[in-house]
Design a protein around this ligand. Structure first.
Ligand SMILES: Cc1ncc(COP(=O)(O)O)c(C=O)c1O
Length: 512
């Protein structure tokens, strides 16, 4: 009931008013048109130029939660823990970049279900895919994929997930969530390393290994670990949680593995003014990684890293840092897992954030979920398939229905050139935020995410109050880490949405 307790429950002065008055209708594009869109759209007072029917601006009719939401929340709280509830949605009324609640409040959504909506609410192309005979078949005949995949499973993968596979990685293990993707990648890493240590895929397990595995023991020298970075977030299942280092509340009371953590370079902003210090922070971090690889008492067989530490506060590092990380892991025969659960699928202005790095050789595994609406890990080395069946296995091993949805998402992203759109809108937004940061340096600190699409963040000293204020002005926005305000708009976020966001951010700073 926290949401109720914290709300003022008073009708807003803004009620019924638009932040920006509606004006000329945007050019509307039908789903079947093929598109080459110029970036520039002249007015901020227009709805989506990708999909017709989006609201033109936020509209607030009541406080949040309003009376109808309060009723639903009270009912929900009797059967479901509502203490983490942010606000209630009416998904039947939400559209495009706009999130609508049961009281008819329309908010521009730049948080997008914790960065997991690629193409907006009630996207017509996805609705169409959801109603296809193929989708209906996949939903009502959900297979146990490892045992009984459908005749067209290879085709679904090749025309979907694998169509956007990161360079050098041509196979996938599908999973159900980001944490699951990471955990299964860790298992693949352990099995790969032990297979190598034993002398190859055909060397059998010893009797001692088999016995001790049943007693939850691993014979001395074969204890291995996964290295992660301080402030990292890789999920909340048992294995993934041991690599998560973001907040105690995520980890308290849960048994964890004795695995190493290296310091993620904490860059200072603006980058141009701290080049030397930042280069040193990155070099120190790489040296620590190498030291832990060589000396940690439970040796790592893999290092996992986020391209931008997301839940941990939007911490960036340079492409040179990641190239060095690739080099040092390869040098010591340690796998590199890049966790693209939050950064993947276009938000940084490239399909995969690690495409920004120009790596000397691809990561060994890349995990994904969120905007893909499915999950899994990509890999290229055939040795990362365990040497025997049933070593990496569960009932569902993913979900073909969700993979079909990802295929439809990929088709739309390509048809509308949405990664390029995100890069351009991101550059525009970043430039305008730079100007705001100059005007209000205390409120927009450590602006970061230049040339990383709309994956932008800044620190605010009163972050939680700031976010609450922005919401009251009609924009749903998220935070990360201790002080960061993180922007995670969808790939259909355009210049006119950026203008509304910017106007709102400034209003939040200047209004009482
Ligand atoms: C980088 C990263 N990895 C893994 C996860 C865990 O994904 P899920 O919540 O789907 O298990 C998240 C979730 O926020 C994430 O941001």
């Amino acid at each position: 009931m926290a949401a109720l307790r914290h709300s003022g429950m008073r009708p807003l002065i803004l009620a019924g008013k638009r932040l920006s008055a509606p004006s000329a209708a945007a050019p509307r594009l039908s789903l079947t048109q093929s598109i080459t869109r110029p970036f520039s759209v002249s007015s901020s007072k227009m709805s989506s130029s990708f999909y017709p029917g989006e609201p033109e601006a936020p509209e607030l009719k009541t406080g949040i939660p309003g009376p109808k939401s309060q009723e639903h929340i009270a009912k929900l709280d009797k059967v479901f823990d509502t203490r983490s509830l942010n606000m209630l949605a009416d998904y039947t009324q939400s559209f495009g970049n706009y999130f609508v609640d049961p009281d008819g409040n329309k908010l521009l959504d730049v948080y997008a279900q914790i960065a997991s909506i690629p193409l907006g609410y009630n996207n017509p192309a996805l609705k169409k895919a959801a109603q296809s005979p193929e989708m209906i078949d996949a939903i009502i005949n959900r297979p146990a994929l490892g045992n009984f995949p459908s005749h067209n499973w290879a085709e679904i993968l090749e025309t979907g997930i694998l169509k956007v596979a990161p360079k050098g990685l041509d196979q996938v293990f599908t999973a159900m969530a980001g944490s699951d993707a990471n955990e299964t990648a860790y298992k693949a890493a352990f099995m790969w390393r032990r297979m190598k240590d034993r002398g190859g895929p055909t060397v059998e397990f010893t009797e001692e290994e088999m016995q001790s595995s049943m007693n939850n023991q691993t014979p001395g020298a074969s204890q291995l670990s996964i290295m992660s970075f301080k402030a990292a977030f890789h999920g909340r299942l048992f294995g993934s949680l041991s690599t998560t280092r973001s907040k105690p509340i995520h980890k308290l009371d849960i048994p964890a593995f004795d695995w190493p953590q290296a310091t993620f370079p904490l860059l200072k902003y603006p980058l141009e003014e701290h080049a030397e210090e930042n280069a040193k922070a990155e070099a120190d971090s790489i040296a620590e990684v190498e030291d832990l690889i060589k000396n940690y008492h439970v040796p790592p067989c893999a290092v996992i890293v986020e391209p931008i530490q997301s839940e941990g506060g939007d911490n960036h590092a340079s492409p040179a840092f990641f190239r060095k990380l690739r080099e040092v892991t390869a040098k010591h025969n340690v796998l590199l897992i890049v966790d693209e659960v939050q950064t993947g699928v276009g938000a940084t202005g490239k399909f995969w954030a690690h495409d920004h790095w120009d790596l000397p050789s691809p990561p060994d595994m890349v995990t994904f979920s969120k905007k893909a609406q499915t999950a899994g890990y990509y890999f290229g080395n055939p040795e990362l398939r365990p040497n025997k069946p049933y070593r990496q296995f569960n009932t569902w091993m993913g979900d073909p229905a969700r993979c079909l949805l990802f295929r439809a998402i990929i088709d739309e992203v390509q048809r509308l050139d949405l990664v390029a759109n995100t890069a351009k809108v991101g550059d525009y937004l970043y430039g305008k935020l730079e100007a705001l940061a100059q005007k209000y340096p205390e409120e927009f600190k450590n602006l970061r995410g230049k040339n990383r699409g709309t994956f932008i963040a800044f620190d605010n000293p009163n972050r939680d109050q700031f976010i609450a204020k922005v919401k009251k002005l009609g924009v749903n926005i998220g935070g990360s880490g201790a002080n960061a305000v993180r922007l995670r708009p969808m790939l259909i976020f355009e210049k006119q949405h950026a203008d509304i966001l910017l106007e709102t951010l400034e209003k939040a700073v200047t209004s009482a």
